[in-house]
Design a protein around this ligand. Structure first.
Ligand code: CUA
Length: 341
């Protein structure tokens, strides 16, 4: 090797190492900070998954070091030297073959046993004290019903801290997957059957959820949020959701209510005391939610007007049709929806 090519090789190796370092450290930070991280679990379920993740990571690290160490040692020990005899090929070594078969079976058991245990543990029959939430995965939004509290909402599920929650998951249309990375999961949401997740949230906060099974055009737009609150905050939210929406005195909102009542909106959406549609999200307390349309957009007047005028543009494939509302009708409807606190 010439001096120049040796220098080039050294430079390339250094650049490669620097690249790997930059990549791994930046991954480390985003793992910790990202809103959908799984390495800062905020529930018992999340902690258990994190423990299995760490168990697998450390086990594989030990295996990696042992195998690579042995490989490097052999490369060095049996390297080609001038005058050394040619290596003798060996065929078949029963003790060696049995030992590496058994070793990998043991590794699989170490990983498999706790994994299967957690899968079953998180879908046992819930305790009587558990909060039941029925989840429906629709193309492309999430419906949350609290049968014990008589609340129906969409895309934002409120949970109290420290109380077990029993999610019952079903799908009216196609297969979806329910996943709140910060709280644990994921679990398939399948038509014609009910799957369960039992977990206890442990830290207040807003956790992003995401459909994790391809379910059509707007699969990636099928998001939701889990809002974990203190007991008091949750009680307040429950009271507000159970109350009838307050009739707004605002003239534009009144006009919007009229537009709503006379249009096809009523066929799909429920508003307590106004309409009884069941196909789309319940809008009784629409304005209490920070986001809408599969938690895709913040609930702002601008977004609402755009949504009403062209849902398909905001969420491709959206099943809500463009009803051909005029600009004035959309603005009135927006004012009405935003009055539904
Ligand atoms: Cu629902 Cu992907």
């Amino acid at each position: 090797m010439t001096r120049r090519s040796a220098e080039l090789l050294r430079f390339r190796t250094a650049a490669l190492l620097a690249g790997v370092l930059a990549l791994t450290t930046s991954c480390g930070w985003s793992l910790w900070d990202s809103p959908m991280t799984t390495v800062r679990p905020a529930s018992d379920f999340g902690r258990w998954i994190d423990e299995i993740f760490m168990l697998i990571s450390w086990t594989t690290l030990v295996i990696f070091i042992a195998v690579e160490g042995l490989l490097l040692y052999c490369c060095w020990r049996f390297r080609d030297r001038p005058g050394a005899p040619l290596p003798k090929q060996t065929h078949g070594h029963t003790p060696l073959e049995i030992s590496w078969t058994v070793a990998f079976a043991v590794v699989l058991l170490i990983i498999g046993i706790p994994t299967i245990r957690i899968i079953f543990k998180t879908q046992e029959a819930p305790a009587a004290s558990a909060l039941r939430v029925d989840v429906a995965g629709h193309q492309w939004w999430w419906e949350f019903r609290y049968p014990g509290l008589n609340i129906t909402t969409a895309n934002e599920v409120h949970l109290p801290i420290g109380q077990p929650v029993a999610f019952a998951l079903h799908a009216p249309d196609v297969i979806h997957s329910f996943w709140i990375p910060g709280l644990g999961g994921k679990r398939d949401v399948v038509p014609h059957r009910v799957n369960h997740i039992i977990m206890t949230p442990e830290r207040p906060g807003e956790y992003y959820g995401q459909c994790a099974e391809y379910c059509g055009t707007s699969h990636a737009n099928m998001r939701f949020r889990a809002i974990v609150q203190t007991k008091d905050e949750f009680e307040q939210w429950v009271k507000a959701q159970q109350a009838e929406p307050v009739e707004s005195k605002d003239a534009l909102a009144q006009q919007g209510k009229e537009v709503f009542g006379k249009s096809a909106c009523v066929g799909c959406h429920s508003i307590s005391g106004v309409s009884a549609g069941q196909i789309g999200p319940n809008l009784t307390h629409f304005a209490s939610r920070h986001t809408f349309a599969g938690s895709l957009m913040p609930t702002t007047p601008e977004n609402l007007v755009k949504w009403i005028q062209n849902p398909d543009h905001m969420k491709p494939g959206a099943l809500m049709p463009n009803l051909g509302m005029t600009g004035d009708q959309s603005k009135a409807l927006t004012a009405y929806l935003l009055s539904l606190k």
